[in-house]
Design a protein around this ligand. Structure first.
Ligand SMILES: NC(=O)c1ccc[n+]([C@@H]2O[C@H](COP(=O)([O-])OP(=O)(O)OC[C@H]3O[C@@H](n4cnc5c(N)ncnc54)[C@H](OP(=O)(O)O)[C@@H]3O)[C@@H](O)[C@H]2O)c1
Length: 262
């Protein structure tokens, strides 16, 4: 499949203030795509806006928003309507992990993570996919994790949320197969971003050895999205890890995952 020309197209990138989100924005801007950057930290979004304007000359809009605030996805969607931006690409990237024993994590933090990683992602998809289908053009990239492929003790609810994202995004890809709208799931392994700092984990030896560069992961995600692929696991080692889960009993899979996390 030939990849589309993105000049004049608009992409919404959630969680664009750091890490993968900022690199998705750079990768899309490099292809001439205009951007709508969303996250809570406006100063970070503004500095990325300046960088992209200077380097790529594309249009860059900034929407500072807590995507777990009541009805935030609708607020963002309404903003695009009010500013007459037809969104052709949605990068469902905003998310965070919670590291630690499930019994010790406060419910408010758990709920906030599930709201952002699941409810916000599905709501944004619901809002934007309808007009993409009406125009018969669109791409949606959902960010899951290799944790989606197995039970992951110490990231129990986070990795289960990412299993939801993986299954949701792949199922939607199939539902849309007769259209020119594509839903793709990117499942990164450990990537050099602010993820570990936010999740509250010190990097383990395995994570230090397996760490991928954020720019590389973002590029792989965008390339597969533009080819309409249902799913991609970036990096040979990560792909091997997720594939090998098919061969081992789930109980053992949970134990191996635990060993890699401590
Ligand atoms: N890095 C990894 O190892 C890894 C591995 C697998 C999957 N992932 C997934 O990759 C995605 C991106 O994470 P990252 O690694 O790039 O981590 P990151 O550097 O911490 O970036 C997370 C982004 O999400 C935004 N965000 C968090 N809460 C938000 C909220 N309530 N409303 C709006 N935006 C919010 C943050 O912006 P503000 O704080 O400014 O709001 C930030 O821009 C996440 O879905 C994560 O689960 C990461």
């Amino acid at each position: 499949m030939a990849t589309p020309d993105l000049k004049g197209k608009y992409a919404v990138v959630t969680g664009a203030s750091s890490g993968l989100g900022a690199d998705f924005a750079r990768t899309l801007a490099d292809r001439g795509c205009s951007l709508i950057l969303v996250a809570r930290r406006e100063d970070r979004l503004r500095s990325l806006q300046q960088e992209l304007l200077g380097q790529y000359g594309v249009e860059v809009q900034v929407v500072p928003l807590d995507l777990t605030a009541p009805n935030a996805p609708q607020t963002l969607y309404d903003w695009t309507k009010a500013h007459e931006k037809a969104v052709d690409i949605l990068i469902n990237n905003a998310g965070f992990g919670l590291y630690g024993p499930f019994v010790e994590i406060p419910w408010e933090r758990e709920k906030n993570m599930l709201d952002l990683n699941i409810i916000t992602l599905v709501h944004l998809t619901k809002l934007f996919v309808q007009e993409m289908v009406a125009r018969n053009f669109g791409y949606i990239l959902h960010i899951a994790s290799i944790g989606a492929y197995q039970p992951s003790p110490l990231y129990a609810s986070y990795s289960a949320a990412k299993s939801f994202v993986l299954n949701f995004g792949e199922a939607l890809n199939y539902e849309l197969r007769k259209t020119n709208v594509h839903s793709t799931v990117l499942s990164p392994g450990i990537t050099a971003t602010e993820f570990l700092k936010v999740s509250g984990q010190q990097p383990t030896l395995y994570q230090r050895l397996a760490m991928m560069r954020s720019a590389d992961v973002a590029r792989i995600g965008i390339e597969h999205m533009l080819k309409g692929k249902p799913s991609v696991v970036p990096g040979r080692f990560n792909a091997l890890l997720t594939w090998s889960n098919r061969l081992i009993p789930r109980r053992l899979s949970a134990a191996i995952s635990y060993r890699l996390m401590v």
